[in-house]
Ligand binder design. Sequence first.
Ligand SMILES: CCCCCCCCCCCCCCCC(=O)SCCNC(=O)CCNC(=O)[C@H](O)C(C)(C)COP(=O)(O)OP(=O)(O)OC[C@H]1O[C@@H](n2cnc3c(N)ncnc32)[C@H](O)[C@@H]1OP(=O)(O)O
Length: 225
Amino acid sequence: MGAPFNYDVLDLTDEQVDAEVRVFGALTAAVRRLNEATLRTTVDHATVEEVRRQVEELTARLEKSMIPDNFGVSFTKGGRIRGYGNAVVGIRNPNAVPLTVVQDKVNGRASAEFELNALHEGPPGQVHGGVVALVLDQVFGEAAAAGGSPGMTGTLTLRYRLNTPLGPCSAEAWVDRRDGIKTIVKGELRRADGTVTVTAEGIFILPRWAREEIAKNGGTPPQFE
Ligand SMILES: CCCCCCCCCCCCCCCC(=O)SCCNC(=O)CCNC(=O)[C@H](O)C(C)(C)COP(=O)(O)OP(=O)(O)OC[C@H]1O[C@@H](n2cnc3c(N)ncnc32)[C@H](O)[C@@H]1OP(=O)(O)O
């Protein structure tokens, strides 16, 4: 079986990538504000109706020219990764947390400090358990990649020990051990004061199609954000 996705290589300069990160990043941040304002606004119904009409007009302007479906991941010839759609870190995805993951390639670790707000609520005032899993999946995957053994999430097991209040928090993950093509990653989610609220373990597997590709080409596995 071949790879279930393609990686296009595009002829874009660093300046062009910087410009799209700047322009689309600003749009994404603005839409995120809109998302939170949509949830929390207390303006009257007539104003809500008027804003809805304006939002629909703006949406139609963006819809005039769109890629056919999902964004995928592409690279520039200079090696820049364009994974703008990723559900956790994608810079053009207003539903992304957002999250900046710092990879430590020397020690096979990854970490992120971020803020979860009313859009991420599960129990009142607390982070939704599924959002925790979403964030940890990304940070864990990046720890496996930072450790030199990237893979798809095979299993992710979480233990929710304490509630995680909405607000600032952090996540950290590290490669615990390797077992052939499987990388076992451990890590945790913490409140702003450092209290650990969730511990987890993930098994990241270099998939069969990647193993076959590497065996064929002697290359390194593809990466995606
Ligand atoms: C290079 C490609 C990726 C690049 C990555 C770059 C990362 C750059 C950072 C990005 C960070 C993103 C982080 C988000 C990452 C997602 O969100 S990935 C999306 C969610 N995960 C999926 O969709 C995976 C779906 N499942 C699959 O594709 C396949 O079942 C798997 C997991 C790749 C395994 O398939 P396979 O390669 O055909 O495995 P197979 O040969 O049957 O078994 C190999 C070994 O793994 C074990 N195994 C198989 N399935 C499992 C499982 N689910 N759990 C535990 N063990 C298992 C088998 O028992 C076997 O063990 P041994 O007998 O060798 O001891």
